[in-house]
Design a protein around this ligand. Sequence first.
Ligand SMILES: Nc1nc2ncc(COP(=O)(O)O)nc2c(=O)[nH]1
Length: 291
Amino acid sequence: GTGTGTTTAFSWPLRRADGLPVVMGVVNVTPDSFSDGGEWFEPSAAIAHGLELREQGADVLDVGGESTRPGAQRPSVEEELRRVLPVIEALTAEGAVVSVDTMRAEVAVRALAAGAAIVNDVSGGQADDAMAGVVAQAGAPFVVMHWRGHSADMQSRAAYADVVADVCAELSARVRDLVAAGVAPDRLVLDPGFGFAKLAHHNWTLLRHLDQVVDLGHPVLVGTSRKTFLGRIGVPDGVPPRPPAERDAATAATSVHAARLGAWGVRVHSVPTTLDALRATAAIDHATDSA
Ligand SMILES: Nc1nc2ncc(COP(=O)(O)O)nc2c(=O)[nH]1
């Protein structure tokens, strides 16, 4: 690409005309993401998948080149760029709104130049000190996820006095640091980071009290899709969780719940399932009592 990628014109905060939460479709260009590892590793397959998600109704396509599943080893910057840039360029050329899922400032810079409109950083700017400046300079919307260190050993940090209060406090600290570094507050999206340094019960508790995250005053993104805690529903201890492809109904339930509690958006693998569930809920909410 020429590097002067066209960022698709879009207004911020992004809102759906139908009032449903923004649907962010997952395009993992990785050989080992836990939920769909390897399916879309080739750029052509990832591009086709992204266009399909957009066709299905996704408002944003989240393109990531680094798997963040527990225990994942990090790719090099070069490898991460090789994976995501062709996909970002092609999807933005087709008019899609793209977010780049990266913890690296260098990748964010190149992705924005290639047309990405949003930076989605699971570390919320903690993994790379240069990220805040890149996002501030670009004026790009920035997704700040709750994170306690790299996936290699993050589950060792899954200890909380009060997971909701702690996650809110740690996200608020990130907001302060990012604003101090020049990021505009109205460009920040917060995300509780389901499954990152969290055990199943932490995830359920965060969902139950998601309104407290919403009350921090920033749009909230929820990324529960196909995560292991959903695969454990109805599965006895000691039995492996159900595979990711069987977790879309549970994911949809969490998306409906998140919408009810005021979430701005949901980051999902299955767009049709998500929209079906959200639309059904909206139909219920808008049902009139006329005969
Ligand atoms: N903002 C945000 N980004 C993320 N990126 C990757 C994953 C890991 O899940 P995947 O391997 O299915 O992409 N989860 C999140 C998340 O929960 N929130």
